[in-house]
Design a protein around this ligand. Structure first.
Ligand code: ZN
Length: 416
């Protein structure tokens, strides 16, 4: 490790933050990372994608969220873990950098965009950390393998499990920040929980994170607020409708390009994506402002479908929805497609099945091996128990989650 790793700012810098009040920065490395163009780009990627079309306050960016995750981890390692025998303080800087940079590879309207162009934000996070970027230049100054270590933490492959769990587990700094932040910016009253209490009872033990059992009710409250936020915000049917329209705009533009259509406004920023030869530079050049500018221009295109879908998105004339799982009710689904076709609309661009299992959120299911590390309580006897063994509320909720299937279609079609 170089001197740079330990160098501190002469004066602490603080960011005013509506959720944590202040975000504190003392490390030169963290300050320098915040100033890079790749990190600043996160200001132009909204944390909740299309949700602002439903909750108009939800315009907050991944920049705000990333600073928030950093601040939570900083408080844990500096105020709670420091000096405890089971915490290795030489991991401090790597976990702070991973917290700050964990969402660095997100693209514009992540979910819909990745769906059409098959890009993967985790892949791009690694590229930005290790490629020819301002972020990499800073990480390299810390030590030769530091960028790789940060990448391993974010990818959950780092050897120290405590470090990984702070960034990614069933109760990590990422979720603790976004639940509170999304609740604040959407203006809903659920989503709040007593994080101060949770931070007081978090401990490193036997190579993992545990919570003192005295904090169980605060954790139950966190699980409840997470459940409420998923159902009310993240799975909101109208926000998913906006994603469906967005998805079809991108799909239509790609198809037109492949057919040799002459755009009035050439989508130069998309060429690499249409041709599937995306460089890191191409990827970083895109953000939500650019996408929205194209949608605005494309309202003036000749192509009736592209033009109409862009109008629908920008003027919030979104698709209607019906509860329908095409696999379970194929005839009803086929009938809907016929109705759309009878109106002279192409079902390829005007019908979209969608289910909440496709969304990047998971409920607390402790038995499910595919989900993240469960939450452990440390009992007064020193015994470690998984949360749902101890909490009736959590065990009742953990096994009671249904996937929501919907089909989206233009609201001028009458559907029964
Ligand atoms: Zn995040």
């Amino acid at each position: 490790m170089s001197n740079y790793a330990n160098s501190k700012l002469v004066e602490e810098k603080v960011f005013k933050d509506p959720v944590h009040r202040y975000v504190h920065v003392r490390d030169q490395v963290i300050w320098d990372l915040i100033g890079t163009k790749e990190f600043q780009r996160l200001r132009r990627i909204k944390q909740l994608g299309t949700a602002y079309l439903v909750f108009h306050g939800a315009e907050h960016s991944r920049f705000n969220h990333s600073l928030g995750v950093y601040e939570i981890v900083r408080r844990i390692v500096d105020d709670v873990f420091r000096g405890r025998p089971e915490w290795d303080d030489s991991e401090r800087l790597v976990v702070l950098c991973a917290a700050l940079l964990h969402d660095l590879g997100h693209g514009p309207f992540s979910h819909a965009f990745e769906n059409v162009f098959h890009t993967d934000h985790e892949y791009y996070t690694r590229q930005i950390l290790l490629g020819n970027t301002e972020v990499n230049a800073i990480l390299r100054k810390v030590s030769g393998d530091f960028a790789e270590r940060v990448a391993l933490v974010i990818e959950k492959n780092y050897t120290n499990n405590i470090v990984v769990s702070l960034i990614s587990s069933q109760i990590d700094a990422d979720r603790m920040d976004y639940l509170q932040r999304d609740a604040y910016f959407t203006g809903v009253s659920y989503g709040h929980f007593d994080m101060e209490r949770i931070l007081r009872v978090i401990r490193p033990r036997q190579g993992q994170i545990v919570f003192k059992a005295s904090g169980m009710h605060a954790i139950e409250d966190y699980i409840m607020s997470r459940y409420q936020m998923y159902l009310q915000i993240y799975f909101h049917p109208v926000s998913r409708s906006a994603e469906a329209v967005l998805n079809h705009i991108l799909k239509r533009a790609k198809k037109l390009y492949e057919e040799g259509y002459q755009f009035k406004f050439e989508p130069v920023h998309f060429h690499a994506f249409f041709n599937n030869v995306v460089s890191l530079e191409d990827y970083l050049a895109l953000d939500e402002n650019i996408l929205l500018a194209y949608f605005q221009f494309w309202m003036g295109e000749e192509d009736a479908i592209l033009k109409d879908l862009c109008r629908r998105f920008l003027n919030r004339d979104l698709f209607a929805h019906v509860d329908l799982n095409p696999e379970e009710e194929p005839e009803r689904y086929a009938w809907l497609i016929e109705q759309v076709r009878a109106q002279g609309l192409d079902p390829e661009y005007y019908v979209k099945p969608d289910s909440t299992s496709d969304l990047p959120y998971d409920f607390y299911r402790p038995g499910d091996k595919s989900t993240k590390k469960p939450i452990y309580l440390e009992m007064p006897s020193g015994e470690i128990r998984e949360l749902s063994e101890q909490s009736h509320i959590v065990s009742a909720m953990a096994n009671n989650i249904k996937v929501d299937y919907k089909v989206y279609y233009p609201k001028e079609i009458l559907f029964i």
